[in-house]
Write a protein that binds this ligand. Structure first.
Ligand code: NAP
Length: 485
């Protein structure tokens, strides 16, 4: 099977009410291969009318879907998990093609992304309310959990599968219907996933997919509709703010998984080799194009030189190239704009006195490549440590005391992931309590896990995906007051 058998021509269209159809205006837009800038294929360009039809279908399907037995909802998810697992290689190659990441890395995302379906298959049958004796003893309090209702999901290009399954899984488990708008740069994985969910038995209209080049128009139109009850968005903080504003008129529930600026703290008492291993994962997963990516390395001054040298050696040894080629560790960035943005951040740091131990200039030729880069002597006011880099660049700054390290780590508007390497147990407790981030990897470079509550605070958003918390985003509570018998 080739990667495009997963997304045949009749699936590169809109899915509305169980029917795959062309956009009402007949328009299409291209999907680009970031490895060389060529056109991979095209998909239907949904209009605002198509978006309204998709919401009509979600609304029409809502009541029956909410009444479907939890076990049945769970088993659909479980079948979908099995089907994704069977087709893991095809999904990995497809994702690699449209997004650029190496196939082996994409296979990791297939495992991670599909696990949300298995996890929420298990959660679907564990939605429960409570029965409680009121404190005064004269009444009983009962709570009933209900699905929120039709949802809009907007997902980014960096994890084309997992950012979808993190929302679709709990929504299916809770009994919500949905309209999904994948990123225009990576729509193919979502189309393949939607097709697979139909095969797994998901009823028509529960999941509708609209690909469009008019994301702003679509979110504005659907959010103005009182029938839409929830928006879950993963993407940049700037667009997240727009969506939260748009939610105000209809008072829609919102979940926001936004940008990050993760600090990676290395204390002098840490196992430095383990810290370098963790740094490679936290920095280089997805070529640095991850919201959880280590964005600033804060290293205790006495070990900074050794840590920098070891990290630079590992980064310089990585092979950059087309994600589908054998032996490639680092694929292209998503587009030309991404290369320009990373280049500007690195150049700014160099102008302010930073030194590059490896990398630091874009790779000429076709495709959107930037080499793994390590910068030392980076001043605290450099743009590269103030902004989300979204590329394979590791800027290192130093600190003298724990107090200084915590203050520097918290000195950002973001609050998503953070990392710390230390062997001091008392310090790990202080860090867990004082770092203002939704997630902390302690002696670990990876925080993502479908069984854990993923999410941020401050400008990184609100709401949690995964864990026991993930399904709460899709449930309402009705409290029933009863007199004592
Ligand atoms: P983005 O530009 O904000 O786009 C995200 C999604 O929003 C895409 O589907 C995009 O569609 C759509 N969009 C763009 N403008 C919109 C508008 N006005 N109304 C509604 N939707 C709109 O972000 P990105 O560049 O794709 O993704 C990178 C960002 O996502 C980074 O900041 C990263 O940290 C964040 N992220 C966060 C998490 C998390 O869990 N916290 C996970 C992954 C990524 P089009 O591109 O097709 O227009």
């Amino acid at each position: 099977m080739s990667e495009f058998d997963l997304v045949s021509a009749d699936r590169r269209r809109l899915l509305v009410g169980g029917t795959w159809r062309e956009a009402s205006g007949g328009g299409r837009f291209d999907v680009i291969d970031p490895a060389d800038g060529s056109v991979l294929t095209d998909v239907a360009d949904g209009t605002l009318d198509d978006a309204r039809s998709a919401l009509d279908a979600a609304v029409a399907a809502q009541a029956d879907w909410a009444a479907t037995a939890p076990r049945e909802r769970g088993e659909i998810l479980r079948r979908a998990f099995d089907l994704i697992t069977e087709r893991s290689d095809d999904f990995a190659r497809l994702m690699s093609l449209e997004m650029g990441k190496p196939v082996a890395e994409a296979a990791g995302e297939v495992t991670y992304g599909s696990e949300f379906f298995r996890w929420f298959a298990e959660e679907a049958v564990r939605i429960h309310g409570r029965w409680m004796n009121a404190p005064a003893g004269n009444s009983r309090l009962l709570t009933v959990r209900k699905p929120v209702g039709p949802c809009l999901f907007i997902t980014p290009w960096n994890f084309p599968l997992a950012m979808g399954t993190r929302k679709i899984g709990p929504a299916i488990a809770a009994g919500c219907t949905m309209v999904v708008k994948p990123a225009g740069q990576t729509p193919l994985t979502m189309l393949a996933l939607a097709d697979l969910l139909g095969e797994a038995g998901l009823p028509d209209g529960v999941l509708n997919v609209v690909t469009t080049s008019d994301s702003g128009g679509m979110s504005e139109t659907l959010q103005a509709d009182p029938r839409l009850r929830k928006v879950s968005f993963t993407g940049s903080t700037g667009i997240g703010r727009v969506i939260v504003r748009q939610s105000a008129d209809q008072l829609q529930r919102v979940s926001m998984e936004l940008g990050g600026n993760a600090p990676f703290l290395v204390f002098a008492d840490a196992d430095l080799d383990a810290a370098v291993d963790g740094a490679m994962i936290a920095k280089m997963r997805n070529m640095g194009e991850a919201c959880t990516s280590a964005n600033r390395f804060l290293v205790e001054a006495s070990v900074a030189e050794e840590f920098g040298a070891k990290l630079a050696e590992r980064m310089a040894a990585l092979t950059v190239g087309r994600g589908q080629d054998e032996g490639v560790d680092v694929g292209p960035l998503i587009d030309e704009k991404a290369v320009t943005s990373v280049t500007e951040l690195v150049d700014d740091a160099l102008q302010r006195g930073a030194r590059a131990l490896t990398g630091a200039s874009a790779i000429e030729g076709e495709g959107f490549y930037y080499p793994p880069t390590v910068l030392v002597d980076v001043p605290a006011d450099a743009e590269v440590v103030r902004n989300e880099i979204f590329g394979p660049v590791a800027p290192i700054t130093t600190f003298e005391t724990e107090e200084e390290a915590i203050a520097a780590a918290n000195d950002t508007e973001y609050g998503l992931a953070s990392y710390a390497y230390t062997r001091d147990l008392a310090r790990t407790i202080r860090l867990a309590e004082r770092l203002e981030f939704g997630m902390l990897g302690l002696n670990s470079g990876l925080v993502s896990n479908p069984a854990a509550p993923f999410g941020g605070m401050k400008a990184s958003g609100f709401g949690r995906e995964g864990g026991f918390e993930g399904i709460e985003e899709y449930l309402e509570t009705t409290y029933v007051a009863l007199p004592a018998g």
